[in-house]
Design a protein around this ligand. Structure first.
Ligand SMILES: [Zn+2]
Ligand SMILES: [Zn+2]
Length: 309
């Protein structure tokens, strides 16, 4: 039912907004993908609205911090819309699709069938739920190391500092990243996706639940999931500890995105009960309170400077 409504909406957007533009510029070769683009936007917008409907009341109920103005939150809203509804998901979908088709075709030419998790681990055949969980765990493990390494290399942290500079951290802050940092993440998951055979192409809907949990973990709310729950899924309190002023930079903790298991396993977990103020005092003010463009520009300059050191 909801699926049909979303497809219909995407159909209208495709017919009345995207296709006319494609025809106008003579880009007809994209017209069999344009419906998927519209569907990505529609699903993305729905996900943002659902996140808002759940996280906003939570933040109003038990906020960690009260802010006189919320100017920098507005910038984070822009990041979220750009990343989840706007051009970036379309771009990454398109790129993944193109490269995966090419990759599969090249491998098949050499009579090599690209791997999937089931061909790598045969007992998974016929167990779709376990396979899904295995994919989720592998991707989460990869994300733990991506994030941990982004704190370990000076140049990489110069980009990631943008995410940590926010002193008004809210459920909108998850997508506040430098575009080069997003690009590295994309390549990181792209390579892993090809290696373990994420089914082609990642069809909409996008992974709604992990994205929701990542937004929630940034929320300005006094919320943990209890001593056991917090060890099963990452809570706002756990991720706030990662954003704490004292944890900014090279020596941080709580790198996980969805599951805290890797932090527990590699001894980087901190389940302390305080709700810390967030931010990175070493980063320039424009990373914290600048406009989107100022933040991107400052991030690029810091990155270039750290490379030339
Ligand atoms: Zn970080
Ligand atoms: Zn974060």
């Amino acid at each position: 039912m909801l699926d049909r409504l979303l497809s219909q909406t995407a159909g209208y957007i495709d017919q009345y907004a995207i296709l006319p533009i494609l025809y106008h510029f003579g880009w007809m070769e994209w017209d069999d993908l344009s419906f998927d683009w519209a569907l990505i936007c529609v699903y993305g917008l729905l996900a943002v609205l659902l996140t808002y409907a759940i996280c906003w009341p939570l933040e109003a109920w038990r906020p960690v911090e009260h802010w006189p103005t919320k100017k920098t939150v507005a910038t984070d809203i822009f990041y979220t819309l750009l990343n989840r509804v706007g051009v970036i998901p379309i771009f990454s979908f398109l790129l993944f699709y193109q490269v995966q088709v090419l990759f599969t075709a090249t491998l098949t030419d050499y009579r090599f069938i690209p791997p999937t998790l089931e061909t790598i681990i045969p007992p998974l055949f016929g167990h779709p739920i376990i396979t899904f969980l295995a994919y989720a765990l592998i991707l989460d493990f990869a994300d733990y190391w991506r994030h941990r390494l982004s704190h370990s290399f000076r140049a990489w942290y110069a980009l990631h500092a943008l995410h940590h500079a926010q002193r008004q951290m809210s459920f909108w802050s998850d997508d506040r990243n430098h575009i080069f940092d997003d690009l590295i993440s994309f390549l990181w998951f792209f390579t892993i996706g090809l290696a373990i055979g994420i089914p082609p192409p990642p069809p909409p809907p996008p992974p709604l639940l992990p994205q929701f949990l990542e937004s929630l973990s940034h929320a300005n709310v006094k919320l943990s999931f209890g001593p056991l729950g917090e060890r099963l899924l990452i809570s706002p309190r756990f991720h706030r500890r990662h954003h704490a002023i004292a944890a900014a930079g090279r020596k941080s903790c709580n790198y996980g995105a969805v599951f805290p298991y890797w932090d527990i396993l590699f001894k980087t977990a901190d389940f302390s009960r305080q709700y810390h103020p967030t931010g990175d005092p070493k980063s320039p003010e424009s990373l914290a309170t600048g406009t989107y463009l100022q933040q991107q520009l400052t991030g690029a300059k810091l990155f270039a400077k750290s490379l030339s050191r």
